[in-house]
Design a protein around this ligand. Structure first.
Ligand SMILES: [Mg+2]
Length: 329
Protein backbone atom coordinates (compact mmCIF):
# COMPACT_ATOMS: atom_id res chain seq x y z
CA UNK A 1 0.00 0.00 0.00
CA UNK A 2 2.73 2.40 0.98
CA UNK A 3 4.65 1.45 -2.13
CA UNK A 4 1.71 2.21 -4.39
CA UNK A 5 1.02 5.65 -2.99
CA UNK A 6 4.69 6.46 -3.29
CA UNK A 7 5.09 5.16 -6.82
CA UNK A 8 2.04 6.84 -8.28
CA UNK A 9 2.99 10.44 -7.64
CA UNK A 10 6.53 9.77 -8.86
CA UNK A 11 5.18 8.52 -12.18
CA UNK A 12 3.06 11.62 -12.51
CA UNK A 13 5.96 13.88 -11.76
CA UNK A 14 8.02 12.05 -14.38
CA UNK A 15 5.37 12.60 -17.08
CA UNK A 16 5.05 16.27 -16.28
CA UNK A 17 8.82 16.62 -16.39
CA UNK A 18 8.93 14.92 -19.80
CA UNK A 19 6.47 17.41 -21.24
CA UNK A 20 8.23 20.32 -19.61
CA UNK A 21 11.56 19.32 -21.18
CA UNK A 22 10.12 19.92 -24.63
CA UNK A 23 9.30 23.45 -23.55
CA UNK A 24 12.99 24.33 -23.91
CA UNK A 25 13.69 24.61 -27.62
CA UNK A 26 16.86 23.25 -29.13
CA UNK A 27 18.38 25.44 -31.86
CA UNK A 28 19.66 23.04 -34.48
CA UNK A 29 19.22 24.46 -37.99
CA UNK A 30 20.35 27.62 -39.77
CA UNK A 31 16.74 28.80 -40.11
CA UNK A 32 16.11 28.30 -36.38
CA UNK A 33 19.32 30.10 -35.48
CA UNK A 34 18.53 33.10 -37.71
CA UNK A 35 14.93 33.38 -36.48
CA UNK A 36 16.16 33.07 -32.91
CA UNK A 37 18.85 35.77 -33.12
CA UNK A 38 16.53 38.13 -35.02
CA UNK A 39 14.36 38.47 -31.90
CA UNK A 40 16.99 40.29 -29.85
CA UNK A 41 18.91 43.56 -30.01
CA UNK A 42 20.70 43.25 -26.66
CA UNK A 43 22.60 40.36 -25.14
CA UNK A 44 23.59 39.67 -21.55
CA UNK A 45 26.28 37.06 -21.17
CA UNK A 46 27.44 35.13 -18.17
CA UNK A 47 31.22 34.59 -18.46
CA UNK A 48 32.47 31.37 -16.80
CA UNK A 49 31.27 28.44 -18.89
CA UNK A 50 29.80 30.69 -21.61
CA UNK A 51 32.62 32.96 -22.80
CA UNK A 52 35.57 31.12 -21.29
CA UNK A 53 36.61 28.22 -19.10
CA UNK A 54 39.08 29.62 -16.60
CA UNK A 55 41.82 31.19 -18.77
CA UNK A 56 40.78 29.75 -22.14
CA UNK A 57 38.11 31.22 -24.46
CA UNK A 58 35.44 28.70 -25.48
CA UNK A 59 35.98 27.83 -29.17
CA UNK A 60 34.11 30.11 -31.57
CA UNK A 61 33.00 32.64 -28.95
CA UNK A 62 35.41 35.43 -29.95
CA UNK A 63 34.05 35.25 -33.52
CA UNK A 64 30.45 35.02 -32.31
CA UNK A 65 30.82 38.25 -30.32
CA UNK A 66 32.33 39.93 -33.41
CA UNK A 67 29.42 38.62 -35.49
CA UNK A 68 26.99 40.35 -33.11
CA UNK A 69 29.03 43.57 -33.00
CA UNK A 70 29.12 43.74 -36.81
CA UNK A 71 25.32 43.59 -36.84
CA UNK A 72 24.95 46.43 -34.36
CA UNK A 73 23.80 44.23 -31.48
CA UNK A 74 24.72 45.54 -28.03
CA UNK A 75 25.85 43.49 -25.08
CA UNK A 76 26.88 43.39 -21.44
CA UNK A 77 28.62 40.77 -19.34
CA UNK A 78 27.19 39.75 -15.96
CA UNK A 79 29.26 37.43 -13.85
CA UNK A 80 28.72 36.15 -10.34
CA UNK A 81 32.47 35.78 -10.09
CA UNK A 82 33.60 38.49 -7.66
CA UNK A 83 37.30 37.71 -7.69
CA UNK A 84 38.19 40.16 -10.49
CA UNK A 85 37.40 43.87 -10.84
CA UNK A 86 36.05 45.42 -14.04
CA UNK A 87 39.56 46.64 -14.94
CA UNK A 88 40.88 43.07 -14.69
CA UNK A 89 38.03 41.79 -16.87
CA UNK A 90 38.75 44.40 -19.56
CA UNK A 91 42.32 43.08 -19.59
CA UNK A 92 41.19 39.45 -19.70
CA UNK A 93 38.80 40.07 -22.63
CA UNK A 94 41.63 41.77 -24.55
CA UNK A 95 44.12 39.00 -23.79
CA UNK A 96 41.69 36.36 -25.01
CA UNK A 97 41.25 38.21 -28.32
CA UNK A 98 37.91 39.96 -27.78
CA UNK A 99 37.65 43.43 -29.33
CA UNK A 100 35.99 46.55 -27.95
CA UNK A 101 34.68 45.17 -24.66
CA UNK A 102 34.49 48.24 -22.43
CA UNK A 103 34.54 48.53 -18.65
CA UNK A 104 31.05 50.04 -18.51
CA UNK A 105 29.58 46.85 -20.06
CA UNK A 106 31.00 44.49 -17.41
CA UNK A 107 29.18 43.66 -14.19
CA UNK A 108 31.06 41.36 -11.85
CA UNK A 109 29.47 41.02 -8.40
CA UNK A 110 32.40 42.76 -6.71
CA UNK A 111 31.17 45.86 -8.53
CA UNK A 112 27.48 45.28 -7.75
CA UNK A 113 28.41 44.75 -4.06
CA UNK A 114 30.00 48.22 -3.99
CA UNK A 115 27.03 49.73 -5.86
CA UNK A 116 24.49 48.23 -3.45
CA UNK A 117 26.43 49.46 -0.40
CA UNK A 118 26.48 52.96 -1.81
CA UNK A 119 23.15 53.29 -3.58
CA UNK A 120 20.74 50.94 -1.81
CA UNK A 121 22.12 50.69 1.72
CA UNK A 122 23.55 54.22 1.95
CA UNK A 123 26.69 53.05 3.72
CA UNK A 124 28.76 56.23 4.06
CA UNK A 125 31.68 56.48 1.67
CA UNK A 126 34.94 56.47 3.56
CA UNK A 127 33.68 53.64 5.81
CA UNK A 128 35.70 50.49 6.29
CA UNK A 129 34.20 47.30 4.87
CA UNK A 130 35.33 43.86 6.03
CA UNK A 131 36.04 41.60 3.04
CA UNK A 132 36.08 37.84 3.04
CA UNK A 133 36.96 37.48 -0.62
CA UNK A 134 39.44 38.19 -3.36
CA UNK A 135 41.17 41.31 -4.67
CA UNK A 136 38.34 42.19 -7.08
CA UNK A 137 36.10 43.14 -4.15
CA UNK A 138 38.87 45.24 -2.61
CA UNK A 139 39.50 47.09 -5.89
CA UNK A 140 35.84 47.88 -6.57
CA UNK A 141 35.24 49.00 -2.97
CA UNK A 142 38.21 51.36 -3.23
CA UNK A 143 36.96 52.73 -6.54
CA UNK A 144 33.54 53.41 -4.96
CA UNK A 145 35.14 55.25 -2.04
CA UNK A 146 35.28 52.60 0.69
CA UNK A 147 38.23 51.26 2.64
CA UNK A 148 38.42 47.48 2.30
CA UNK A 149 39.91 45.60 5.26
CA UNK A 150 40.65 41.88 5.59
CA UNK A 151 40.52 40.44 2.09
CA UNK A 152 43.98 39.66 0.77
CA UNK A 153 45.83 41.16 3.81
CA UNK A 154 48.94 38.98 4.15
CA UNK A 155 48.80 39.23 7.96
CA UNK A 156 45.81 36.90 7.79
CA UNK A 157 47.74 34.22 5.90
CA UNK A 158 49.28 32.64 8.98
CA UNK A 159 47.74 29.96 11.12
CA UNK A 160 45.06 30.41 13.75
CA UNK A 161 45.95 32.93 16.48
CA UNK A 162 43.24 33.48 19.11
CA UNK A 163 45.14 36.57 20.35
CA UNK A 164 45.29 38.28 16.95
CA UNK A 165 44.28 41.97 17.12
CA UNK A 166 42.17 41.32 13.99
CA UNK A 167 39.66 39.50 16.18
CA UNK A 168 38.91 42.77 18.03
CA UNK A 169 35.93 44.37 16.33
CA UNK A 170 36.80 47.74 14.76
CA UNK A 171 33.73 50.00 15.10
CA UNK A 172 34.59 51.89 11.93
CA UNK A 173 33.81 48.77 9.87
CA UNK A 174 30.25 49.38 8.59
CA UNK A 175 29.54 46.34 6.37
CA UNK A 176 30.74 42.86 5.45
CA UNK A 177 31.15 41.56 1.89
CA UNK A 178 31.65 37.83 1.32
CA UNK A 179 32.66 36.33 -2.03
CA UNK A 180 34.88 33.58 -3.35
CA UNK A 181 38.48 33.49 -2.22
CA UNK A 182 41.36 31.17 -2.88
CA UNK A 183 42.97 32.40 0.35
CA UNK A 184 40.33 30.89 2.62
CA UNK A 185 41.54 29.92 6.06
CA UNK A 186 40.26 29.67 9.62
CA UNK A 187 41.66 33.05 10.63
CA UNK A 188 39.81 34.92 7.89
CA UNK A 189 36.51 33.15 8.53
CA UNK A 190 36.80 33.66 12.30
CA UNK A 191 37.31 37.42 11.91
CA UNK A 192 34.40 37.66 9.44
CA UNK A 193 32.21 35.93 12.03
CA UNK A 194 33.09 38.62 14.62
CA UNK A 195 31.79 41.34 12.29
CA UNK A 196 28.69 39.42 11.22
CA UNK A 197 27.74 38.96 14.88
CA UNK A 198 28.75 42.48 15.96
CA UNK A 199 26.22 45.14 16.98
CA UNK A 200 23.46 42.60 17.31
CA UNK A 201 24.06 41.32 13.75
CA UNK A 202 23.17 44.69 12.30
CA UNK A 203 26.08 45.36 9.93
CA UNK A 204 24.94 44.76 6.32
CA UNK A 205 25.95 41.29 5.11
CA UNK A 206 26.50 41.25 1.33
CA UNK A 207 26.83 37.90 -0.42
CA UNK A 208 28.58 38.27 -3.76
CA UNK A 209 26.78 35.23 -5.15
CA UNK A 210 24.85 32.04 -4.46
CA UNK A 211 26.77 29.82 -6.91
CA UNK A 212 27.73 26.51 -5.38
CA UNK A 213 30.34 25.67 -8.01
CA UNK A 214 31.88 26.85 -11.24
CA UNK A 215 33.37 24.93 -14.17
CA UNK A 216 37.16 24.75 -13.98
CA UNK A 217 39.74 23.51 -16.46
CA UNK A 218 39.83 19.88 -17.63
CA UNK A 219 36.16 19.38 -16.72
CA UNK A 220 36.76 20.03 -13.03
CA UNK A 221 33.98 21.36 -10.80
CA UNK A 222 35.31 23.90 -8.30
CA UNK A 223 33.71 25.53 -5.23
CA UNK A 224 32.30 29.01 -5.92
CA UNK A 225 31.50 31.99 -3.69
CA UNK A 226 28.04 30.75 -2.70
CA UNK A 227 29.59 27.93 -0.73
CA UNK A 228 31.42 30.49 1.41
CA UNK A 229 28.50 32.94 1.67
CA UNK A 230 26.29 30.12 2.91
CA UNK A 231 28.93 28.90 5.33
CA UNK A 232 28.93 32.37 6.93
CA UNK A 233 25.15 32.59 6.82
CA UNK A 234 24.83 29.21 8.52
CA UNK A 235 27.48 29.97 11.11
CA UNK A 236 26.05 33.37 12.08
CA UNK A 237 22.41 32.41 11.59
CA UNK A 238 21.61 35.40 9.47
CA UNK A 239 20.51 36.09 5.91
CA UNK A 240 22.63 37.88 3.34
CA UNK A 241 21.83 40.33 0.57
CA UNK A 242 22.53 38.60 -2.73
CA UNK A 243 23.97 41.12 -5.18
CA UNK A 244 24.47 38.58 -7.96
CA UNK A 245 22.22 36.75 -10.39
CA UNK A 246 19.31 35.95 -10.15
CA UNK A 247 18.59 39.23 -8.32
CA UNK A 248 16.00 41.20 -10.31
CA UNK A 249 17.31 44.35 -8.67
CA UNK A 250 20.66 43.71 -10.37
CA UNK A 251 18.94 43.09 -13.71
CA UNK A 252 16.87 46.29 -13.48
CA UNK A 253 20.01 48.26 -12.67
CA UNK A 254 21.83 46.83 -15.70
CA UNK A 255 18.94 47.35 -18.14
CA UNK A 256 18.62 50.96 -17.05
CA UNK A 257 22.37 51.53 -17.10
CA UNK A 258 22.77 50.09 -20.60
CA UNK A 259 19.49 51.42 -21.95
CA UNK A 260 18.44 47.90 -23.01
CA UNK A 261 14.83 47.22 -23.96
CA UNK A 262 13.72 44.33 -21.75
CA UNK A 263 11.61 42.78 -24.50
CA UNK A 264 14.54 42.74 -26.93
CA UNK A 265 17.12 41.35 -24.49
CA UNK A 266 18.44 37.79 -24.22
CA UNK A 267 20.28 36.28 -21.22
CA UNK A 268 22.84 33.61 -22.09
CA UNK A 269 24.15 31.39 -19.31
CA UNK A 270 25.31 27.93 -18.32
CA UNK A 271 23.65 27.73 -14.90
CA UNK A 272 19.93 27.17 -14.42
CA UNK A 273 19.35 28.54 -10.90
CA UNK A 274 21.32 31.77 -11.46
CA UNK A 275 21.58 32.73 -15.18
CA UNK A 276 18.39 31.24 -16.55
CA UNK A 277 16.33 32.29 -13.53
CA UNK A 278 17.78 35.80 -13.93
CA UNK A 279 16.48 36.02 -17.51
CA UNK A 280 13.13 34.41 -16.74
CA UNK A 281 12.36 36.31 -13.53
CA UNK A 282 13.36 39.51 -15.30
CA UNK A 283 10.86 38.74 -18.11
CA UNK A 284 13.49 39.22 -20.79
CA UNK A 285 12.50 38.69 -24.42
CA UNK A 286 8.81 39.56 -23.95
CA UNK A 287 6.30 36.80 -24.66
CA UNK A 288 8.83 34.73 -26.64
CA UNK A 289 11.13 34.53 -23.64
CA UNK A 290 14.74 35.55 -23.37
CA UNK A 291 16.87 32.83 -21.81
CA UNK A 292 19.41 30.64 -23.61
CA UNK A 293 21.23 27.80 -21.88
CA UNK A 294 24.61 26.83 -23.30
CA UNK A 295 25.99 23.41 -22.44
CA UNK A 296 29.64 24.53 -22.53
CA UNK A 297 29.84 25.04 -18.76
CA UNK A 298 28.25 23.59 -15.65
CA UNK A 299 24.87 22.30 -16.93
CA UNK A 300 24.39 19.16 -18.97
CA UNK A 301 21.51 18.14 -21.25
CA UNK A 302 20.23 15.69 -18.58
CA UNK A 303 19.73 18.61 -16.21
CA UNK A 304 16.85 19.77 -18.42
CA UNK A 305 14.98 16.58 -17.50
CA UNK A 306 15.19 17.30 -13.79
CA UNK A 307 13.96 20.87 -13.55
CA UNK A 308 11.53 21.27 -10.69
CA UNK A 309 11.30 25.05 -10.55
CA UNK A 310 9.80 26.46 -13.75
CA UNK A 311 11.63 29.76 -13.33
CA UNK A 312 14.92 27.93 -13.98
CA UNK A 313 13.77 26.42 -17.30
CA UNK A 314 15.57 27.93 -20.30
CA UNK A 315 13.49 29.03 -23.27
CA UNK A 316 16.23 27.81 -25.62
CA UNK A 317 19.33 25.66 -25.39
CA UNK A 318 22.35 24.94 -27.58
CA UNK A 319 25.72 23.20 -27.23
CA UNK A 320 27.76 26.43 -27.14
CA UNK A 321 27.93 29.93 -28.62
CA UNK A 322 30.50 28.55 -31.08
CA UNK A 323 27.86 26.09 -32.33
CA UNK A 324 25.36 28.92 -32.67
CA UNK A 325 27.84 30.83 -34.85
CA UNK A 326 28.41 27.73 -37.02
CA UNK A 327 24.66 27.57 -37.67
CA UNK A 328 24.41 31.29 -38.38
CA UNK A 329 27.25 31.36 -40.92
MG1 LIG B 1 28.68 30.37 -15.54
Amino acid sequence: MTLLTKTQPNKLIYKVTENMTRMSKSISTKEEALAFIEQYDHFLFDCDGVIWLDTVAIPGVVKFIEWLQERGKTMAFVTNNSSKSRNSYVKKFKELGFKDIVKSAIYPTCYSAALVLKEQLNVKQGSKVWVLGDIGIEEELKETGYIPVGGTDKNLDGGWDPNSPYLEVDPSVRAVVVGSTKELNYMRTAVAVQYLLAENKSLPFIGANIDRTYPGPRGMILPAGGSLVNLMSYTCQRDFINVGKPSTLLLDTILEDQNFDRKKTLMVGDTLYTDIKFGNDGKLGGHNGGSLLVLSGGSKLEDLDNIEDDSTRPKYYIESLGHLLELLE
